[in-house]
Write a protein that binds this ligand. Structure first.
Ligand SMILES: [Zn+2]
Ligand SMILES: [Zn+2]
Length: 262
């Protein structure tokens, strides 16, 4: 669960710094911010319901940006037994490690068939980090993806620098793999210009597969980040990787257009 945590270079009113809160839910008793009860369908399991909000501001109708949330869940879908997102209804359904989870646009989360309270809380922690890039910041009104990349122009102080790069094993290994993949990508894209038409199309497919792998690695780093700095670096990397994916899409279109007109 994202509580307030220091983050040098960012405005303290940005949700990346002030974190998120648990809000009481309409229909339940006023004090029920986290509702855990025995599961009716599977004996010994528990169900849990909660609603995320913005500290000092409370519950919001649009807590998650659904296009961004849907993109994250789809890119990470091999980690879920089921992934279904309906952007028009503002609800997503995933199955993660035996739990059935509903995620609503307004920040409401329903977790069914968790092993115990601890398992439910670990799931909340995992989801609050994995989905953090799609949370709408109340400081600037944009997704945290833009705050972390300083492209909202409100949340990151000018010349924001991350004081130290994450140094734990997961990050060191993860960043090295991302570096290798990006390197391979750059080498292959300069190669694309010279090869024959048919080959260049497969190369673009290869490139987008590589960029999907990069996005997946970054989502791992985000979901298992140990502090706010790691999370912010992860979100910034995700923004850049998606920008790269967009560049590849444009490249692909140009190439297909060229091969048609030749
Ligand atoms: Zn922000
Ligand atoms: Zn912002």
């Amino acid at each position: 669960m994202l509580r307030k945590e220091e983050l040098p270079g960012f405005d303290e009113e940005c949700v990346l710094v002030k974190g998120i809160s648990l809000e009481s839910m309409p229909g339940l008793t006023e004090s029920a911010v986290l509702y855990i009860q025995p599961c009716a369908s599977v004996q010994g399991r528990v169900n849990c319901e909660l609603r995320f909000g913005i500290p000092r501001r409370g519950a919001e109708e649009s807590f998650f940006d659904f296009p961004a949330l849907s993109r994250i869940l789809n890119a990470y879908s091999d980690r879920f037994a089921e992934t279904r997102v309906s952007s028009s209804l503002g609800v997503a359904r995933v199955q993660w490690r035996g739990k059935k989870i509903l995620i609503f646009k307004n920040g409401r989360i329903v977790i069914r068939e968790a092993i115990d309270e601890e398992d439910a809380k670990a799931t909340i922690d995992f989801l609050s980090k994995l989905l953090a890039p799609s949370i709408i910041c109340d400081k600037c009104g944009q997704v945290l993806l833009n705050c972390a990349a300083a492209s909202c122009r409100e949340c990151a102080v000018e010349h924001a620098s991350l004081s130290s790069l994450p140094s734990n094993l997961l990050w060191v290994g993860g960043l090295q793999r991302i570096r290798d993949l990006v390197k391979a990508l750059i080498e292959r894209s300069s190669f694309v210009k010279d090869v024959k038409r048919e080959e260049s199309i497969t190369s673009v497919e290869y490139l987008s597969t590589q960029s999907d792998r990069i996005v997946h690695l970054i989502l791992d780093l985000i979901a298992y980040s140990g502090n706010r700095e790691e999370l912010a670096v992860g979100i910034l990397l995700l923004k850049r990787a998606w920008d790269l994916g967009l560049t590849l899409e444009v490249l692909d279109r140009i190439q297909r257009y060229k091969s048609k007109s030749n």
